[in-house]
Design a protein. Structure first.
Lengths: 192, 192
DNA sequence: TCGATCATGTAACAGGTTACATGATTTT
DNA sequence: AAAATCATGTAACCTGTTACATGATCGA
């Protein structure tokens, strides 16, 4: 349900093609919402049918023609009324945590690799968010409501990544401990 | 894909009925994976067909008979080989952040309500995780690999909630600022 | 008496993923 | 020569949500 409103919000800020929207989801909106190009094109089609968008055709030679989408009044009103309805927080679904829950069966080397991959991802994302902050939100206190709210969304992304990094520190400390112990000697079996 | 492995991991630790598994997803696994009872029953059916589980029938009067599921050798092996395959980190999809991205169109009162709801949720979750930590993981350093890894998953949940609370502080500060300003006076329009 | 808890499901639908398709231009 | 970027989509599939169904017991 929220995909369409993410599209409307993005287009309302700046009309764009499906391709450009897909890119925004991968970059500026990475901390907010995610969608593949297939999903984007499908949903744009629906929004068009429902008269929430208008298309501006931009002919091109060599490439498929561009279609730039614009939000209509109907679209803006649908977005507004959605904004007033409270939304539940998204459920957690993280395969890495499922693995930790499996516990004993886990191979520690495989886990170590996955943790370091996650760390790389987090560092890269955080770096990218900082670049965005620099380029779009240089002086938050001087900006208007619109940008300050967008900046708040970005801050959420940054705090989330930092929180992952803090957890990864704990995780890697634990991993080091587990590896220092003999593989089969679980502490419960040892006498005090 | 991960739902089935979450079920296998949970059942491997302790055989259970679909109903009990649904409850675990809402409680101990809230920070790990989420699934509705419909999803649980459907997936248990599939896992049974694929011989990854066995059923133990427990007849009852008055209520539908219980079916307690147990992981088979096939199931355990499927779980193990999944554990070795690296999993991508889950994409972010949060309607609240979509709203912030919409920025200007947002009604600040509606936003304030939603933020305080989120805060309540985070406080409740964090409190619950602390209860779990107390009851299951009293002395982490004394426990074996299995519980220490599960505890690490729980720590992730706790850090995530704390990170939300930190962000909510920022959010509420910003909201107070925005409300202190006249509604239509965006700072860009003001002279320095 | 109304809602919650226990305990199981089915069916339809919406949302998200994977695979396939085309084809020029630019970068490695 | 191969891969990435630009630019659009279709089709099939899998996962997750919503609605419906049954029926007893227990506490407010």
């Amino acid at each position: 349900m929220a995909l369409r409103y993410a599209l409307l919000a993005a287009l309302q800020e700046q009309p764009a093609t499906g391709y450009e929207l897909t890119q925004r989801f991968r970059t500026r909106l990475a901390n907010v919402w995610n969608a593949s190009h297939q999903q984007v094109y499908r949903e744009l089609g629906r929004l068009l049918e429902e008269k929430m968008l208008l298309v501006e055709d931009i002919p091109q030679t060599d490439k498929p023609d561009k279609k730039r989408y614009h939000v209509t009044l109907v679209g803006r009103q649908a977005l507004k009324s959605w904004l007033d309805r409270p939304q539940p927080r998204p459920p957690v679904r993280d395969p890495l945590l499922v693995k930790l829950f499996a516990g004993e069966l886990l191979d520690l080397d495989a886990l170590a690799d996955e943790l370091s991959q996650r760390r790389q991802d987090a560092v890269a994302q955080l770096g990218y968010f900082r670049v965005i902050e620099h380029t779009y939100f240089r002086k938050p206190e001087r900006m208007g409501r619109h940008f300050r709210l967008q900046h708040l969304a970005l801050r959420r992304g940054m705090l989330a990544e930092e929180s992952w990094l803090a957890w990864l520190d704990e995780a890697e400390t634990l991993l080091a401990d587990l590896r220092a112990e003999p593989a089969d000697a679980t502490s419960e079996d040892r006498p005090a």
